[in-house]
Design a protein around this ligand. Structure first.
Ligand code: ADP
Length: 269
């Protein structure tokens, strides 16, 4: 399993991230003290962007792993592979981050298989070690190594929740959809669309989010609002962009869709 790697070049190159509160200073304090961080929040609210921004700001390489239900400890740690007739050990993204003193970001960590959490435990306490059974190594984390994980409490069910014994090893930061003025700022910056039209899209997003739990499983994400604004900025009519970026991705139910379109009419007239 390969992690995506971005080379850190310093704060000036950091991807745009608009803080919602003091999350940057809490993250920095955790980094300086070698503490792991858990980001909680709905999908598309800026968690991944935040980690990319902080990694660049702190001058650390970033290994990002999108966790899925087939992801095992070996995918993170590494495995023996056959290369040109020889069996060679290949580090996984977590091992590379531990060796190099990089940041390892496990996106949606609850999705991963159970053996993953076992591996994380010695890394998330004062041992800061990664046991690699296959090579009989007990790897000590290089200075600068940081473990960051995210999860979406909204997706939780009885089988897929973080156990207290795991949660209680992380400093936790809660992410929510930003208040209107901040979200307008984010969407305008990301899409290049004018503030008036962005504000209308953000207002609509607020109304759609209010339906979460009734007709919708998840509220519309900032990511989708950025998509809608990007399409409008490219010249697509607003109602078409909204349907494609903010309605269709939320539901397959025709009745619910009609209800959502009524909301669009209420906001845009
Ligand atoms: P998550 O990891 O929470 O699913 P992302 O970090 O991928 O979400 O965010 C989705 C998109 O939303 C980003 O690509 C970015 O365009 C935008 N975004 C959301 N919040 C912010 C923010 N605070 N600052 C900058 N961009 C943001």
């Amino acid at each position: 399993m390969e992690g995506s790697v971005s080379l850190a070049k310093g704060a000036a190159d950091a991807p745009f991230y608009l803080p919602q509160g003091d999350e940057c200073s809490v993250f920095e304090a955790a980094y300086e003290n070698g503490l792991p961080v858990l980001l909680k929040g709905p999908t598309g609210c800026g968690k991944t962007r935040f980690v990319a921004h902080m990694a660049e700001k702190l001058g650390r390489k970033l290994y990002t792993v999108a966790c899925h239900d087939d992801l095992s400890a070996a995918d993170l740690i590494g495995r023996y592979l056959l290369k040109g007739g020889e069996t060679v050990w290949v580090d996984g993204p977590l091992t590379r981050a531990v060796r190099e003193g990089a940041i390892c970001y496990l996106d949606e960590v609850v999705e991963a298989r159970k053996d993953v959490t076992v591996v994380l435990h010695p890394l998330t306490d004062d041992r800061r070690t990664l046991p690699i059974d296959r090579t009989s190594e007990e790897l000590a984390a290089a200075p600068g190594f940081m473990l960051v994980a995210s999860y979406n409490p909204g997706y939780q069910n009885i089988l897929k929740t973080l156990k207290p014994s795991t949660r209680q090893r992380f400093i936790s930061l809660e992410f929510k959809f930003p208040p209107v003025d901040l979200e307008v700022e984010v969407v305008a910056e990301e899409s290049g669309l004018d503030r008036d039209r962005v504000t209308a899209l953000v207002r609509l997003a607020g109304k759609l989010r209010a339906l979460k739990g009734q007709d919708l499983e998840e509220g519309v994400s900032t990511r989708l609002v950025v998509y809608a604004a990007t399409l409008v900025a490219q010249g697509m009519p607003v109602d078409r962009a909204i349907l494609a970026a903010m309605i269709e991705p939320l539901t397959d139910d025709e009745d619910v869709k009609r209800g959502l379109l009524d909301l669009v009419t209420a906001v845009f007239g």
